[in-house]
Design a protein around this ligand. Structure first.
Ligand code: SAM
Ligand code: SF4
Length: 332
């Protein structure tokens, strides 16, 4: 079947699907102070609606699906959904991004349902700082969740760290040290001016290059490994068990040139680009009885709408305040 290719020649191999906007943490860069108004349940896509979308995308060359949120482990029936996504066949990688709070008790059933692995978000190794940034005292639960994921074979476990100057820059090398001792991939993500953070330019991001310099200042030059299906450049500290991923969404010159992703939000909007408010509504047509051929044409329209680049960075300056949609709806 014909692959999904955008107008700039990029093949779409990766779908990120947000299954809920709800969350049990309140990360300060993701959730607005004062809380979020959750979307009513009936406006969130049903699993069956998501499966219809994936049953079109996967045969058109999508090899990787990531389930995200909000906090995806909060949604009932998740394991059944994972099993059904797997049953479509043809995926190389079915993964999930979670804050890890509920992972300890769910890791086994997720693995049994066919999940390949998990990314767990953890921005600090300090219990008190964790409680500050997430507004919930759940550090120990997350660490236990990471251990459980490893024990049940949801591996390699990837740990997502959003690098924030003045908050965790002093911990970058400590996070990197984890990869020396453990078979984990620590992925450093540049803080992006999206959702509530878009209003707070004082939250400073740290570029992927600076993160690399910080790590190499402690451990010496890293080996560069191959880039996988995702957005990260992968490195290894010589002799380390695990690896380090650097995601330069803002600073990397040709980040968009290799973009192979589309996103489906919890409310059923196809987002061609994380940094654009442009979206194609799939939920409305799905509920009005669209045929599979018509749905496929809508998805193709979304793919064609992918811009060549996000343009969020102008030189060294970030353009703040442009993306108002919450990261918890888009799914990161
Ligand atoms: N709740 C899950 C979690 O935290 O892993 C999944 C959803 S969360 C929106 C997905 C990823 O987006 C997390 O790794 C989170 O740290 C990241 N994220 C959220 N807001 C961000 C921002 N403004 N800049 C960069 N990454 C962000
Ligand atoms: Fe929740 Fe994830 Fe956003 Fe934190 S980053 S508030 S865990 S959705």
């Amino acid at each position: 079947m014909k692959p999904l290719v955008d107008l700039h020649g990029r093949r779409i191999r990766y779908v990120r699907i947000s299954i809920t906007d709800r969350c049990n943490l309140g990360c300060r860069y993701c959730m607005p102070l004062g809380g979020v108004q959750w979307v009513p349940h009936d406006l969130v896509l049903t699993y069956e609606e998501m499966l219809r979308i994936l049953r079109i995308c996967i045969p058109r060359g999508v090899e990787k699906v990531r389930i995200t949120g909000g906090e995806p482990l909060l949604r009932k029936g998740l394991s059944g959904f994972i099993a059904q996504v797997n049953a479509i066949g043809g995926l190389k990688d079915l993964s999930l991004t979670t804050n890890g709070v509920l992972l300890e008790s769910m890791a086994r059933e997720l693995k049994d349902a066919g999940l390949s692995r998990v990314n767990v978000s953890l921005d600090t190794l300090d219990r008190e700082k964790f409680a500050y940034i997430t507004q919930v005292d759940a550090f120990d639960r997350v660490v236990r969740g990471i251990c459980a994921a490893h024990e049940h074979g949801l591996s390699p476990v990837k740990v997502n760290v959003v690098a924030i100057r003045g908050f965790n820059d002093s911990e970058i090398a400590d996070f990197a040290k984890l990869t020396v001792d453990l078979p984990v991939e620590v992925r450093f993500i540049e803080l992006m001016p999206i959702g509530c953070i878009s209003k707070y330019p004082e939250h400073e991001n740290i570029s992927a290059e600076e993160i690399k310099d910080m790590i190499e200042a402690r451990f010496g030059p890293m080996e560069g490994l191959e880039r996988g299906l995702g957005p990260a450049w992968i490195f290894r500290i010589p002799g380390a068990q695990g690896s380090i991923g650097l995601i330069g969404a803002l600073s990397e010159r040709d980040f968009c040139g290799s973009c192979n992703r589309i996103r489906i939000t919890a409310t059923g909007q196809l987002r061609p680009c994380l940094f654009s408010e442009k979206q194609i509504d799939l939920r409305g047509p799905l509920r009005e009885g669209i045929t599979d051929d018509e749905l496929e044409a809508l998805i193709e329209r979304g793919v064609r709408a992918k811009p060549p680049g996000h343009g969020v960075c102008r030189g060294a300056d970030l353009v703040h305040g442009t993306i108002r949609t919450m990261m918890s709806d888009i799914g990161g």
